[in-house]
Design a protein around this ligand. Structure first.
Ligand SMILES: [Zn+2]
Length: 439
């Protein structure tokens, strides 16, 4: 199983300079290859990535004599892997034609020359031409190191280490699993609904409230001031560079605050749940509301949900995603009635049918828990083919069992279950697609 661990590095000054030089070399090699490729296209010659690399290698010591001091894996990876990737994406129509890399944006390079070529001992990593560099942490996974990418964010250098772990540890079943701190099997944990939002980052049906750090908003004034000062400096001057670094550092800090809160909240939620119900966000649509756009981007809710998904996957907790059009906020968690007049500013939900009054976010979270429990409220919006009786709790359990054993499912109606890339995510009632072919 492939796993990545990104670790901050503490290079000395010489090493930091070498990192920057290697990033530059990767950029030069990439741009050389791309220019070559473009000229080839103009002359109706298709250069493959192998040809491009050979052509670069033939001229590199003459054209770029300084590159003798660099690790040559860098140029190989830049052309053979990265440029090849970019061209492939362009040919398949996924991306536009590759662009030349700019000096100001090229802050990474791939350092390995294949599987098992880089060694990590304790808190040190040995990189070609640079030598042993100290790391902030030990590598989390045991296995063969497949790929190492060195990158810079703000003022800090990182190594992203991709490890092919020795064992595909089978994830223990929920009922058998025990917490290292002696908590009994997490199978006894409740089913939890999670409502995400701007006021609170997340509210669970267990009445846990996770505050939104509003990282950008907290630093907005400072950022504005720095950017104003930056705009007045002479471009390329010493003070211009100083402020540029300061701004990058502040952006990095904002990202860190956000990430930290997300990690803490998602871990806490996943650890205390046996199954999680979430909503599918239409963030692209929500961001069109200009009044909310900044706050939404600041909360980065999609990242939060992605994090929740991969952590649930690792801990074998099932995630049930409600249909995108499921009105989780507008539905009454007591009687199931829908109040379509509820506006964004109403912080309290009040049901006109049964008189139920509750905090808006908590009400939504309870509704999402109901979805996760396998009830059918989400299915009404999905048209005729998906009717409520199609989803039964047993049937989804059977699906889980079948997925766990790798069997195709027979004899059950799975018309409202959509099989995700992540086998632990089920979408209920969204599209009418059979979940596995040939069943
Ligand atoms: Zn009600």
């Amino acid at each position: 199983m492939l796993k990545t661990h990104k670790i901050a590095l503490t290079p000395n000054n010489v090493q930091a300079t070498q990192f920057a030089q290697h990033c530059g070399y990767a950029r030069v090699a990439y741009n050389h290859g791309l220019a070559d490729f473009k000229t080839g296209l103009d002359e109706n010659v298709w250069h493959s990535h192998i040809a491009l690399l050979n052509r670069f290698n033939a001229v590199k010591y003459d054209t770029y004599a300084w590159c003798k001091a660099m690790s040559q894996c860098v140029s190989k990876n830049a052309i053979y892997t990265n440029l090849n990737d970019a061209v492939k994406r362009w040919r398949s129509g996924q991306n536009r034609f590759p662009k030349f890399k700019k000096r100001s944006h090229s802050k990474s390079y791939q350092a390995d020359s294949g599987r098992g070529t880089i060694s990590v001992v304790g808190k040190r990593i040995k990189l070609p031409k640079i030598g042993w560099v100290r790391m902030f942490q030990n590598l989390r996974y045991l296995g063969t190191i497949c790929k190492v990418v060195i990158s810079k964010q703000g003022h800090r250098w990182f190594a992203s280490i991709l490890v092919d772990t020795f064992v595909d540890d089978p994830i223990p079943l929920v009922s058998e699993r025990t917490d290292p701190r002696g908590k009994p099997g997490l199978g006894t944990d409740p089913i939890v609904g999670v409502d995400v939002g701007i006021k609170h980052l997340a509210v669970t049906s267990e009445r846990q409230y996770f505050e939104n750090p509003k990282a950008l908003r907290r630093h907005e004034r400072k950022l504005k001031r720095l950017q104003r000062q930056f705009s007045r400096k002479v471009k390329g001057s010493r003070n211009w560079y100083k402020l540029k670094d300061k701004i990058a550092k502040l952006h990095y800090r904002i990202t860190c605050i956000r990430k930290d809160t997300h990690h803490k909240a998602t871990t806490a939620i996943v650890k205390g749940a046996s199954r999680i119900g979430i909503e599918s966000l239409n963030v692209a649509g929500m961001i069109k509301n200009h009044k909310l756009a900044k706050a939404l981007a600041d909360a980065s809710l999609s990242t939060f949900l992605e994090m929740l998904k991969y952590k649930s996957d690792a801990m074998d907790v099932k995630i049930v995603e409600a249909d995108r059009f499921y009105p989780s906020s507008k539905t009454c968690s007591a009687c199931g009635g829908v109040d379509s007049d509820l506006s964004l500013s109403d912080r309290t939900y009040h049901c006109s049918d049964c008189g139920h009054t509750q905090d808006r976010d908590l009400n939504a979270a309870i509704n999402l828990r109901t979805v996760a429990e396998g009830h059918s409220e989400t299915l009404n919006a999905c048209g005729d083919s998906v009717s409520p009786q199609h989803v039964r709790r047993e049937s989804s359990n059977q699906v889980w069992a079948a997925i766990a054993q790798g069997k195709p499912c027979l004899g059950t109606d799975y018309s409202c279950l959509v099989y995700h890339k992540n086998p632990n995510v089920l979408t209920l009632g969204a599209v009418n697609i059979p979940f596995r072919d040939g069943a």
